[in-house]
Each structure stands twice: as structure tokens, then as C-alpha cells.
Design a protein around this ligand. Structure first.
Ligand SMILES: *Cc1c(COP(=O)(O)O)cnc(C)c1O
Length: 468
């Protein structure tokens, strides 16, 4: 989100509005559009105001063709109805809206069970605005636990958090906002995410935790959480350091439980202290809802939990925001009820099938090399083959945009800054029919691209926000 500033020079020239939009009035109806950068002097009729805003929004992209985002762009009409029914409910008013609060509690219980908490009744958790807030909360809990354990040295000692260089930007935010050193494991060769051994080697007595990602926003790969825990077990045997793991399951925590039941990544691993997910990614709810869960109250220092009584009642909360919409939490509960485990499995499998099928077809075009195949997150990244010199991934991104497709192209971080890739995020609603149209458009583009004298797009022109 850009940090907005006002226009350098507000354009105060009168602009005409469609006379149709005005309401009949004695001076001939409204033909002048209201100013855009200061509050208009007077009110507009609601129909006029609606039409002006509606018209401007026509130029937004079509969200279903946005293959850059992980965030849900389609829900059923029944979910729309429920969300509309709840848009006036504030999640924080737990005593005024006790049923909404109860649905939130049930969602936490369902996730604790889904993520195999050893004692689901002991697990604690909350809804958040998204994974970013959930990660802030989880990071704060890690930091506070470390600070309490090291009260003799802190303040003074500088806490650090170990992670792969591929982490989502929210972890860099956490470290900056809460003054924690970010220790990042670089990429190496064809390893585009964290290496467990390298992570363990970065740990010391000031490490508040290690973040493992399921899965990486760069290429959709799962980080090896079980191997990470083993490496940290060995570290503990050698040095006595007991370092907790937080799993950033923004996407994967709602994919792996249904499609990769044998994969060990969750609370079955004793070292995993907390897990987050984005309800609005593969939790299949419109933005913004996320979830943060701790194995038990022992992992969440009590002093971070606030109780307010001025809304009536005495409900404990852990959150950055106070007021937050209740509709998304209700929609999450609806989705859980609606699909159940079998429904989720079917939906996520269909999405993975589309991703893997499309990855194969992209490979089959001959010009590209797959970095991932869509068989972990239903996401795959690909780059141009070494013999392709006439164009690059940024050209592909820009030209696909002409057909309406948003496919981000971006460069990788240390130590693979030499590598640029395109990434396709498949979501529920991106059907095999749409995938077929995508591959047709891409295939049709290649003869033109191959005739280019050299790559034509500067990378900053094409780079889009792939970090979602
Ligand atoms: C999307 C994402 C986030 C941030 O989640 P929001 O719900 O968009 O705030 C954090 N970590 C990972 C791995 C992600 O994919």
C-alpha cells in the first residue's frame, strides 16, 4: 500500500459530469463534477455519487484474471449474503455480538484440530486482519518469551529472528517495527527457500525463534519444517539452546492438511509453537481475515493479552487493531461448514490439478524452464530457457497484460539475483477452461516474442506486487 501524499498541484479546473447523473433541480441539474482532492462543499444525491464512484472503478482490473494474488477472488452467493448481513458487526464487540464471537471461537477450535494440536482444548488462537497481523502477534509472543527467559541480559542483548531470505515482507516489517535483527538464510543454486542446517547455524542465545514457511511466496515450495525441527533438536543437544519454530502457513496451512496429510509440518512437531494462516487465501474467504494459533497458553505470554470491560463483559483479546469487521469471520465459519474436510480436499485438489496441468503445458511450449511444478502450493514459477535471448520474463508479463492476464515477473533475492521468474498462482475460480485460455494466449504470443531483437521491457515496468 503506498503511503499517500496529496497531489502536487490540485487540478481545480471545472470538469463536466454526465447531465444524466444529475437530479432535476431549478438551475438545470448538476453538470459540474465534484472536486476530487478536497471535500466537496455540499452533498450529492446518492444516485449521482454512486454512479461517479462506480464509473471510476470500471478501470480496475478483473480480479479473476489476476494470477499474481493469493487472495480469494470468488465466493458463493450465499457467502455474499451472509457477509452483507454481518457488515455492520464489529468483531471486537464480543458481548454485543456473542454469536459472531462464538463462530470465531469455533473456527479456532477447528483449526487447532486440523493442525493436530496435541490438546485442542489447550490451544489458543484468534482471528486477525490477515497473516501479516497474525505474524506480528506470533513474533511478539516469541520475542516476549525470549525476553522473559533472558531478563538478566535484556534490554541490552539484541534479539534476532532466523528465516529464509524468501520470507514474505511481513517478517521484515515485524523485525523493523519491533527492533529484532532479521537473520536471513540466502538462496543457493536451485534451493529457493530455507536450508534447515544453515538456519540452525544462524541461531544463538539471542534467537527468539525460527520462521518456516509453508509455502514460499516466491515459488510455491514448502519449506522443510520437520527437517528444520530436527536441525534445531540437534542444536539443542549440542548447545542447550531451545529455539521455538513458528510456521507461516499463510497459504499452505489450508492446503497441506487436505492434500499432504503425511507431511509433518504442524503441531505434531513439538518444536512448533505457533502457526498462522490467511483465511482469505486458501481458506477461501474474501479479504481480510487471518488466523494465529499457539500450541498452548504457555506459548503466549499472558501480559500480551488485554481485557477490556467498557463494552460490557471481560473478553481477553490479542490483536493490533481494536475494531475489525465481523463479516469475514462469519464467512470463514460458513466455508468450514459448507465444505468440511472432504469439500476442502476436493476444492484444493482441483486447484492443484489445474496448477500442475498448466505447469506441464508451459514446459511443453519449449521456451521455458519450470522452477516449481504446482505440486505443493498450487503455484508455479518459471523462467525463460537458457537459449531464449530475444525476450525475457518481463516482456512476457507485459505482453500477457495486453490480453488481460496479470502474471508478475520479478527477480529473486540473494544469492540468486541473477534469476528472474514469472509466477502463476492458481486459486479456486481459476478453472481449467481459464487455464486453457491462458496457455493459448501465451502460445500465440511466443512467435512475436521470438522475433524481438532483444528483451524490451525494463524490469521495473513489469514488476508487480507478487509478495501477496
Ligand atoms: C500472503 C502471505 C503473508 C501475508 O499475508 P496477508 O494475509 O496478506 O497479510 C505472509 N506470509 C506468507 C508466506 C504469505 O504468503
Amino acid at each position: 500500500m503506498p503511503l499517500h501524499t496529496g497531489p502536487e498541484k490540485p487540478d481545480e479546473r471545472p470538469r463536466a459530469a454526465n447531465p444524466f447523473y444529475g437530479e432535476a433541480n431549478p438551475v438545470g441539474g448538476m453538470t459540474e463534477a465534484p472536486p476530487q482532492h478536497r471535500l466537496p462543499d455540499g452533498p450529492l444525491p446518492p444516485a449521482t455519487a454512486y454512479q461517479l464512484v462506480h464509473d471510476e472503478l470500471m478501470l480496475d482490473g478483473n480480479s479473476r484474471l489476476n494470477l499474481a494474488t493469493f487472495v480469494t477472488t470468488w465466493m458463493e452467493p450465499q457467502a455474499d449474503v451472509l457477509m452483507a448481513e454481518c457488515r455492520d458487526k464489529n468483531m471486537i464487540d464480543k458481548d454485543e455480538y456473542p454469536r459472531t464471537a462464538e463462530l470465531e471461537r469455533r473456527c479456532v477450535a477447528m483449526l487447532a484440530d486440523l493442525w493436530n494440536a496435541p490438546d485442542p482444548s489447550a490451544a489458543v488462537g484468534c482471528s486477525t486482519t490477515g497473516s501479516s497481523e497474525a505474524c506480528m502477534l506470533a513474533g511478539m509472543a516469541l520475542k516476549r518469551r525470549w525476553a522473559k527467559k533472558n531478563a538478566d541480559r535484556y534490554p541490552g542483548a539484541r534479539p534476532n529472528l532466523v528465516m529464509g531470505v524468501n520470507v514474505q515482507v511481513c517478517w521484515e516489517k515485524f523485525c523493523t517495527f519491533w527492533e529484532v535483527e532479521a537473520r536471513q538464510v540466502p538462496m543457493e543454486g536451485d534451493r529457493f527457500h530455507l536450508d534447515p542446517q544453515a538456519a540452525a547455524e544462524l541461531c544463538d542465545e539471542n534467537t527468539i525463534g525460527v520462521v518456516g514457511i509453508l509455502g514460499s511466496t516466491f515459488d510455491g515450495s514448502y519449506e522443510p519444517i520437520a527437517e528444520l525441527c530436527t536441525a534445531l533438536d540437534e542444536l539443542q543437544e549440542r548447545t542447550g539452546l531451545d529455539i521455538p519454530v513458528h510456521v507461516d502457513g499463510a497459504s499452505g496451512a489450508m492446503v497441506a492438511p487436505f492434500l499432504d496429510a503425511d507431511l509433518l509440518w504442524d503441531f505434531r512437531l513439538p518444536r512448533v509453537a505457533s502457526i498462522n494462516t490467511s483465511g482469505h487465501k486458501y481458506g477461501l474467504v474474501y479479504p481480510g481475515v487471518g488466523w494465529a494459533l499457539w500450541r498452548s497458553a504457555a506459548e503466549l505470554p499472558e501480559e500480551l493479552v488485554f481485557r477490556v470491560n467498557y463494552l460490557g463483559g471481560d473478553m481477553p483479546t490479542f490483536a493490533l487493531n481494536f475494531s475489525r469487521p465481523g463479516a469475514q469471520v462469519v464467512a470463514q465459519y460458513y466455508t468450514f461448514l459448507r465444505l468440511g474436510r472432504e469439500g476442502f480436499r476436493a476444492v484444493q485438489q482441483a486447484t492443484r490439478d489445474v496448477a500442475m496441468g498448466l505447469a506441464d503445458r508451459v514446459e511443453g511450449l519449449g521456451d521455458f524452464r519450470l522452477l516449481t511444478r504446482g505440486d505443493q502450493l498450487p503455484v508455479f514459477a518459471f523462467t525463460t530457457a537458457t537459449d531464449v535471448t530475444a525476450y525475457d520474463v518481463f516482456d512476457v508479463s507485459r505482453r500477457m497484460r495486453e490480453r488481460g492476464w496479470l502474471v508478475p515477473a520479478y527477480t529473486f533475492p540473494a544469492n540468486r539475483e541473477d534469476l528472474s521468474a514469472l509466477r502463476v498462482v492458481c486459486r479456486n475460480g481459476f478453472s481449467s477452461d481459464l487455464a486453457e485460455l491462458f496457455i493459448e494466449d501465451l502460445g500465440r504470443l511466443l512467435p512475436e516474442l521470438r522475433r524481438q531483437p532483444n528483451p524490451l521491457t525494463h524490469d521495473t515496468e513489469a514488476a508487480t506486487g507478487f509478495h501477496h
